[in-house]
Write a protein that binds this ligand. Structure first.
Ligand SMILES: Cc1ncc(COP(=O)(O)O)c(C=O)c1O
Length: 380
């Protein structure tokens, strides 16, 4: 984390709102995952932060990328040097660089990416028909519905075939002449419950056995994302979780099965700091209310979409008073925090928010005409 004096210098130079992304931290987080999960091939989930320079940084470490849309797919291709795409057969070059991990893909997207032998997830027969017609060279990954209990962002209501139906769906894929390369699951984002992973691994191993019995061979397991970020002291430590995960993967899956993961939050959340300015203030309901130049419709959209509370730090010292911090738009939903302890601030003073790198700028809008925060990449 860069020190306060440097944050203030950068804000004075660049203006606010300013989102500073520190690529040294991105590298450290990526290497931590790789160190503790050495068997796992990592595909950074671009949805967590779509800033193109992050692709360049992670590509140096041979990371792959999990994309959800054609736009993300193309952004990855634009940010990987052409030389790294040449020299490979068209039919295999994309395999270790991109997985389309959205189970639902528009026909137009499938038509654009056919010919690249792209790995992609699916969880229902309608999607199989689309893939068969518009992208039959895809390598398929069947996504399972798994327990998301205790994860901050649950995904199982929307995605994944019930484990009991997976073998039939996989049979159906092979009957259509498609190739299912393996299984995937996602335990929910910011997963603080290791049992979600352990149960999902167990269920996956059972399905591998069943599919093998039916005469098909799958060669990969994608364990998704969900690795928790230490936003506060209640989050279980990553090393302990990774240790159990590693042992369980080795117990259940022979080395011939390739293990993939799609971490997003873990790689980028702690790498960014947001600096905002107080543009107005009032005293309402017995507390100070500070209006800042970014908010729920901007970088701090994670309050709604990501269920993450953000906390504000002042540069100045002084007696702390109960305060609310709200965004600049005309909507009262644009309330970032109703209970912060802050020294009394004057209009024009700055605040900063740590751990703002995941699900922030990616889902920011310009509602009411307020511009998005400027992004400053450092140590890139
Ligand atoms: C399919 C898929 N993969 C990966 C991720 C990244 O998850 P996380 O940021 O929790 O690591 C998500 C997040 O929603 C997802 O939906």
């Amino acid at each position: 984390m860069i020190n306060r004096a440097k944050l203030q210098r950068l804000a004075a130079r660049e203006g606010t709102p300013l989102l500073i992304i520190d690529h040294d931290i991105i590298r450290a987080n990526f290497l931590k995952l790789r160190k503790h999960l050495p068997r796992v091939q990592l595909y950074f989930a671009m949805k967590a932060n779509p800033e193109p320079m992050i692709i360049q940084t992670l590509h140096h470490f041979k990371s792959g990328f999990d994309v959800a849309s054609l736009q993300e797919y193309q952004t990855v291709l634009e940010n990987i040097p052409k030389k790294d795409l040449r020299g490979h057969k068209l039919n295999d070059f994309i395999w270790d660089k991109i997985i389309v991990a959205n189970t639902i893909k528009p026909v137009a997207t499938l038509q654009q990416i056919t010919g690249y032998n792209t790995l992609m997830t699916f969880d229902n027969a309608y999607e199989l028909e689309k893939i068969k017609q518009h992208c039959p060279d895809a390598g398929l990954v069947c996504r399972l519905r798994v327990q998301n209990v205790g994860s901050v962002v649950e995904l199982s209501s929307k995605f994944g075939v019930e484990p009991g139906d997976a073998a039939n769906l996989i049979d159906r894929s092979f009957d259509l002449g498609l190739t299912v390369e393996g299984l995937s699951f996602h335990v929910g984002s910011q997963c603080c419950n290791i049992d979600n992973y352990l149960n999902a691994l167990e269920a996956s191993a059972e399905i591998f056995k069943e599919v093998r019995k039916r005469g098909h061979k799958m060669r990969l397991l994608n364990i998704g994302g969900g690795f928790p970020v230490p936003y506060d002291g209640s989050v279980p430590d990553f090393e302990g979780l990774a240790d159990k995960l590693r042992k369980e993967i080795d117990r259940l899956f022979p080395k011939s099965i390739q293990i993939l993961a799609e971490p997003g939050r873990f790689i980028v959340a702690t790498a960014a700091t947001l600096i905002v300015e107080v543009v107005g203030k009032s005293f309402r309901d017995d507390k100070w209310v500070y209006y800042i130049n970014d908010g729920v419709y901007g970088t701090l959209s994670g309050v709604i979409f990501d269920h993450i509370p953000y906390h504000f730090n002042a540069f100045k010292r002084g007696d702390k008073k109960l305060s609310a911090v709200v965004g600049p738009t005309c909507d009262a939903l644009d309330t970032v925090s109703t209970a912060e302890m802050l020294p009394e601030l004057a209009i024009g003073e700055l605040l900063f928010v740590k751990n703002c790198g995941a699900y922030t700028n990616g889902s920011a809008t310009t509602f009411n005409g307020f511009p998005k925060a400027k992004i400053l990449n450092i140590n890139a």
